[in-house]
Design a protein around this ligand. Structure first.
Ligand code: TNX
Length: 540
C-alpha cells in the first residue's frame, strides 16, 4: 500500500483535534477540600433542564439537600429541574439516595458521575449535603445561561477526617449585620465547615438580646468611640458605634445554619472580657464601677466579681435565655484572659475563697467556670472554654479550645478531655497573610496560607488513644482590626480554604502545589459569589 503523507498528516491533525476536544469536554475534577478518594473516569455527564433529580425520601432535611443543588443550577445557569420521588435510579438522572443501611459515617458520601447519570449516596442527609457540595464544584465556575452543564465522569468516596470543622467570628469588637452572618454561613458550607463559633459578648460590646436584662443591649452594646490604628496610639475616631442581634434574629441565624448542616456554638464570655456587661450592670464588678464599654483593645482588669452571688445568678439567667436558642451540643463560656487584679483585693472574693477552700485566684476562676459549667450540664449542654480553663483545675467534663499554642490541648487530651485545636500560630485569621507593608492594618503576626495548609491538628506527642480526643480544628476571626464584612472576608478567604482541607482531607494526601491549582478554580466561584478574598496568593 502506498502511503500518502498528505492524508496521513490530515488524519494526524484530526486525531489531535479530537483528543483536544475530548480534553476540553471533560473538565478536571478540582475540589476543595480534596476528597478522600477520587477515581477519574472516561467521559462526562450533561445536566440540562430535562435531567430529573430523583430522591428516595421527602424529609425536610432532604429538601435542604436538593434545594442547594437546584438553586445553584437555576441561579448560575438558568437550568430548572424537576424533583421526583422515586425508589430507584433512572437513566440520565441525578439520583440522591438516602441509604440509612449504608455503613459509612454520618458525614461521608459516595458520588458517582458517569455518562449514564449521577448517583449520590449517603447514610445521612449530612453526607448527601457534602456530596452536593462536591458536585457543585464539578460544575463550571461561571454564571451564564447554559443549555447544559457538563461535569466530568468520576467516582468519589469521601468522608471528613475531623468532626469539628470550625470557623469563629468575633462580633464583639466590631458588630456584623445579620445579613453578613448568613453569607458567612453560606461560604462556610461551600468549604464543608460544620461549626460556627459565634463570639457574642466582649469588653467592646454585648451583642445578644437578653430579655431579663435590657441594659445589656441598651448600654452594653454601644461604645462611644473606637481606637484608631494600633493599640497604644491613643487616637480615637469619636464615632459612636454598636449593634446587637434580637433573639428572633438569633433563631433565624441558627435555622439558616441548620439548613446548611452547620451547628452554631454560642460564646458568652466569663469571667473576663466582660466590660460590656459591667457597663450595663456595674454591681456585677468587684469595685461597683462605674464602667464604660471599652473603646480600645486588650485585656482589662475589671471582670465579673467572683465573690458575689449576684454574678452567678445573673449569668445563670443569661444562660437560661441563651441555651434554648442554640440546639447544638456545645456551649462556649470563654474563660480566657481574666486578670486576677481585682479579685486579689476584693473582700467578697477573698471570703468566697475562704468559704470554698480555694487557695489561689486561679482556683477561684476554676470554681467560677465549674459552677457555670455545671449549670450548663444540668440544662443539657456540654461546655467548652479557652485553654485558661485548665488553670486551677479543669472541670471533669469540660472540652478545651487550645489557642495559646497546642500545649493546653495536649494536656487536656492526655487527661481524656475533648479538644478543639486553634493555636494562634496556625489558626488565627486575624494575623497578616502577606507583607504587612502592603496589607491593610491587622493585629500583627504572620500567617501565610501555606503555613495553615501545613498544619496538622493532631500533635505528634499524643498516643493513638489520646489523639481520639482531638475533635478537630477551627479558624478564629478576631475583629479588632476588621471594621466591615468586606474586611472579614478579606482576612478569611482564601486561607479558610486551606484550613478546610487540613480538617477534612485524609492525613498524608496534602499537596500545596496541587491545592494552589484547585484554589484558582475555587477563586472563580468566590468572584461570582462576591466574596472579597485576598488576592496576594494569585499574583506571582
Ligand atoms: C486573644 S484568643 C484573645 C482575643 C483577642 C485575640 C487577638 C483568645 C481566647 N483571646 O480576645 O481578640 O487574642 O488575636
Amino acid at each position: 500500500m502506498k502511503i500518502n503523507f498528505r492524508n496521513l498528516l490530515i488524519v494526524n491533525l484530526l486525531v489531535v483535534f479530537w483528543s483536544c476536544q475530548a480534553e476540553i469536554k471533560r473538565p478536571e475534577v478540582q475540589i476543595i477540600p480534596q476528597p478522600a478518594s477520587v477515581t477519574n473516569m472516561e467521559g462526562t455527564f450533561s445536566i440540562s433542564s430535562q435531567t430529573i433529580i430523583l430522591i428516595n425520601s421527602e424529609s425536610p432535611d432532604m429538601r435542604k439537600v436538593t434545594s442547594c443543588l437546584t438553586k445553584r443550577l437555576e441561579d448560575f445557569y438558568q437550568i430548572k429541574n424537576k424533583i421526583s420521588f422515586s425508589g430507584a435510579a433512572e437513566k440520565k438522572s441525578i439520583f440522591i439516595k438516602l441509604n440509612t443501611g449504608l455503613s459509612i459515617p454520618k458525614e461521608a458520601y459516595n458520588l458517582t458521575v458517569s455518562p449514564k447519570g449521577i448517583m449520590l449516596e449517603a447514610s445521612s442527609p449530612n453526607g448527601l449535603f457534602y456530596g452536593v457540595q462536591s458536585l457543585l464544584q464539578l460544575m463550571p465556575p461561571i454564571q451564564q445561561n447554559l443549555s447544559e452543564v457538563v461535569v466530568p465522569a468520576v467516582e468519589i468516596k469521601d468522608l471528613p477526617r475531623f468532626s469539628w470543622r470550625g470557623l469563629h467570628l468575633d462580633v464583639g469588637r466590631h458588630f456584623m449585620p445579620k445579613e453578613f452572618i448568613l453569607k458567612y454561613l453560606d461560604n462556610m458550607a461551600i468549604h464543608k465547615f460544620n461549626t460556627f463559633h459565634w463570639h457574642l459578648t466582649e469588653d467592646q460590646g454585648w451583642r445578644i438580646e437578653i430579655k431579663k436584662y435590657p441594659r445589656l443591649t441598651e448600654v452594653g452594646s454601644v461604645r462611644k468611640e473606637t481606637l484608631v490604628g494600633h493599640y497604644g496610639s491613643n487616637i480615637y475616631d469619636g464615632v459612636q458605634t454598636g449593634g446587637f442581634y434580637t433573639q428572633d434574629e438569633v433563631r433565624e441565624v441558627v435555622a439558616y445554619a441548620a439548613d446548611r448542616f452547620i451547628t452554631v456554638v454560642p460564646e458568652i464570655e466569663m469571667p473576663g472580657h466582660s466590660l460590656g456587661a459591667l457597663a450595663a450592670y456595674p454591681e456585677l464588678g468587684c469595685t461597683g464601677g462605674p464602667y464604660e464599654v471599652a473603646t480600645t483593645w486588650g485585656v482589662f482588669d475589671d471582670v465579673y466579681c467572683a465573690g458575689k452571688e449576684e454574678t452567678y445568678a445573673f449569668l445563670q439567667d443569661v444562660l437560661a435565655e441563651v441555651i434554648p436558642l442554640f440546639p447544638g451540643e456545645y456551649f462556649h463560656i470563654g474563660g480566657d484572659e481574666c486578670p486576677k487584679t481585682r479579685w486579689q483585693k476584693c473582700p467578697l472574693c477573698k471570703q468566697k475563697m475562704k468559704d470554698e477552700g480555694l487557695r489561689t485566684e486561679h482556683e477561684l476562676q476554676s470554681y467560677f467556670v465549674q459552677r457555670m459549667g455545671k449549670f450548663l450540664n444540668e440544662n443539657g449542654k456540654k461546655f467548652i472554654g479557652w485553654d485558661e480553663i485548665l488553670e486551677g483545675g479543669l472541670a471533669p467534663n469540660a472540652a478545651v479550645m487550645s489557642w495559646r499554642g497546642e500545649n493546653g490541648g495536649i494536656a487536656a487530651a492526655k487527661e481524656h478531655h475533648y479538644v478543639v485545636m486553634t493555636p494562634g500560630e496556625y489558626c488565627y485569621l486575624d494575623h497578616y497573610q502577606a507583607d504587612p507593608k502592603t496589607e491593610p492594618l491587622a493585629i500583627g503576626g504572620y500567617l501565610p496560607i501555606k503555613k495553615i495548609y501545613g498544619y496538622d491538628p493532631v500533635p505528634a506527642s499524643l498516643s493513638q488513644e489520646e489523639a481520639k480526643y482531638i475533635l478537630g480544628a477551627q479558624g478564629n476571626v478576631w475583629t479588632e482590626y476588621m471594621k466591615s464584612p468586606e474586611q472579614v472576608e478579606y482576612m478569611v478567604y482564601p486561607r479558610a480554604a486551606a484550613l478546610a482541607e487540613v480538617i477534612w482531607s485524609p492525613k498524608g494526601t496534602k499537596d500545596f502545589d496541587n491545592f494552589k491549582i484547585r484554589l484558582v478554580r475555587l477563586s472563580k466561584l468566590y468572584d461570582i459569589l462576591g466574596i472579597n478574598y485576598c488576592k496576594s496568593e494569585f499574583k506571582q
